[in-house]
Write a protein that binds this ligand. Structure first.
Ligand code: HEM
Ligand SMILES: *[C@@H]1O[C@H](CO)[C@@H](O)[C@H](O)[C@H]1NC(C)=O
Ligand SMILES: *[C@@H]1O[C@H](CO)[C@@H](O)[C@H](O)[C@H]1NC(C)=O
Length: 506
């Protein structure tokens, strides 16, 4: 009932458009009931049409501030909503078809929830930055339970800000520059296992990004609990991406069991660190340190949820982006040559200095960095994010009712030709000039933006340095295509054949 009333003004204006466009044709085809109108002299007829148009416009204008308009769009069938279509279509085409039809702000139904989809940079900025307090983060309850309800993603307001500061502190450049050499050690152990064999890039990158995430969570130094955490995590992940069916034997049930065990393992680890009076490094160290502060006391389960949350946010995302980087470099031979050259230059300096790769080296890789920037844009692995209106919000002339989901579409903004000419083309040189403000947000913007962006870029640079200077890679098979798991990645996780490079004398 509600939505029908709200829809009315939009319908009225829709009905008007054909009348205005095909004025003469309509007049000629007027049939019997309209004959009385036709008998009027033409100027009078035009006057009648014109004044009824004015009346309609007036009614609509008067209507607006009182009733407030929902954004345009189709809500599909009640309950089922547009959900079915959403599952059968690739989500990106689902959105882009509707964006073409309705514009940058439209409504739809996804998974039974009424949603407003947003794909202009200005509107996204309002939701995520300037009026972020009116749009809270929202996740399906099953996912929230699995990661842990006290994790950073799910928090709001002052509590979120306080927790974010703690998490951010351990991920700032000043904190992560010390871990370059540990990250490099992981790379130097991993890459030789690829030599002369066919590997699934996504799987390998997940292994890598997971190990880096463990360092960022716990600091360096391996302990007994880590192996256990790794195994339990894999179990958790399988369940996370499956249907939330809490029945015996389902991946969901197994994942919830793994989550419980993770809880216990982490608690043991926290206990141990506290007893030994060594906070240790990483996020855990930072959170334990905060525990000693009276002002920012964190409970054990709050610490556990945030550790699990950060590992979760860190590894699949980075692994998917790295997989795309290898795909794009493979498909763009000249670019790969240029990246190799840049990395060889760095390598020469390292050899000359008889030293290891450093943070400063990674700050002198402009081309490789642009390749990463362009990959983040083109692949846009986080196509969008979810928020929920905490009250009825007036927004760009529309009303977004309380409880509706709001989805800023990062991907549509990154693929808009107005901001990124020839958006489908992979062209890192476009980042030689900075993108227009608010048009590039692979790590989000505003209070919930990604605290791990610098670490993600760093680990990609370190891996690319060694990969391009030591190996060559060839994609196995020639299917171009995308799979979703849940992030978009090349088909079959990009199988690669990796061989040693014929080294020129350095
Ligand atoms: C290339 C890899 C990555 C991408 C593309 C990425 C992207 C994002 C985006 C878009 C958000 C904001 C989501 C929103 O506004 O709803 C986010 C949040 C977050 N990311 Fe990342 N991320 C990456 C890697 C990482 C890493 C390596 C870490 C940690 C070490 C991390 C930790 C987090 C956390 C904790 C949040 C939640 C922040 C909050 O709610 O305040 N991410 N990420
Ligand atoms: C891989 O193949 C190359 C060339 O055939 C060979 O030189 C190298 O030793 C091989 N590496 C491994 C680890 O088998
Ligand atoms: C983890 O432990 C806390 C108690 O400290 C509990 O409240 C929470 O429900 C546990 N989580 C899981 C998934 O068992």
């Amino acid at each position: 009932m509600h939505s029908i009333i709200h829809n009315l003004p939009a319908r009225v204006s829709l009905c008007l458009t054909p009348l205005l466009l095909s004025n003469t044709a309509t007049m000629q085809s007027f049939s019997a009931p309209s004959v009385s109108l036709l008998l009027l002299p033409l100027p009078l007829l035009l006057l009648v049409l014109f004044s009824s148009l004015l009346l309609l416009l007036f009614l609509q204008w008067r209507h607006d501030p009182v009733d407030k308009r929902l954004p345009p769009g189709s809500m599909g069938w009640p309950y089922i909503g547009e959900t079915l279509k959403h599952y059968t279509e690739n989500p990106n085409s689902f959105f882009s078809i509707r964006q073409k039809r309705y514009g940058d702000i439209f409504k739809t139904h996804i998974l039974g929830c009424p949603c407003v989809i947003i794909s202009s940079p200005e509107a996204a900025r309002i939701v995520l930055v300037t009026r972020a307090h009116l749009f809270k983060p929202t996740y399906p309850p099953s996912k929230e339970k699995m990661i842990g309800p006290e994790a950073l993603f799910f928090q709001q307001g002052a509590h979120h800000a306080r927790l974010k500061k703690l998490v951010q502190a351990s991920l700032l450049p000043s904190a992560i520059r010390e871990s370059v050499s540990e990250i490099e050690q992981i790379v130097l152990k991993l890459l030789p296992t690829w030599e002369n064999s066919t590997v699934t890039t996504l799987q390998e990158m997940k292994r890598y990004a997971f190990d880096v995430a463990m360092i960022s969570a716990f600091g360096d130094g391996w302990c007994l609990e880590m192996e256990g955490i790794k195994n339990l995590y894999q179990c958790l992940e399988k369940g996370y991406n499956s249907m939330p069916l809490d029945l015996p034997g389902t991946p969901f049930r197994k994942a919830m069991k793994a989550r419980k065990l993770l809880n216990e393992t982490l608690r043991r680890l926290i206990e141990k660190r506290r007893e030994s009076r060594k906070q240790g490094g990483g996020l855990l160290g930072a959170l334990l340190g905060a525990k000693d502060h009276k002002l920012s006391h964190l409970s054990d389960s709050e610490i556990a949820d945030n550790i699990i949350g950060v590992i979760f946010a860190a590894h699949d995302t980075t692994a998917s982006v790295l997989t795309w980087v290898l795909k794009y470099l493979h498909d763009n031979g000249e670019l790969l040559e240029a990246v190799m050259k840049e990395q060889e230059g760095i390598q020469r300096r390292i050899v000359e200095g008889n030293r290891e790769l450093t943070w400063d080296d990674t700050r002198h890789m402009p081309l490789t960095s642009r390749v990463i920037q362009e990959t983040l844009r083109t692949a846009s692995i986080l196509s969008f994010t979810f928020r929920e209106a905490v009250e009825d919000v007036e927004f760009e002339g529309y009303i977004i009712p309380k409880g509706w989901k709001v989805l800023p579409l990062f991907r549509s903004i990154h693929h808009c030709a107005d901001f990124f000419p020839q958006p489908e083309k992979f062209d890192p040189s476009r980042f030689e000039v900075p993108p227009r403000p608010n048009t590039y947000m692979p790590f989000g913007i505003g209070v919930h933006s990604c605290p791990g962006s610098e670490l993600a870029k760093l680990e990609m640079l370190v891996l690319l340095h060694h990969l391009t200077t030591t190996y060559r890679w060839k994609v196995v098979g020639d299917e171009d295509g995308i799979q979703y798991g849940p992030f978009p990645v090349p088909k079959r996780g990009l199988p690669l054949k990796v061989t040693p490079r014929n080294k020129k004398a350095i």
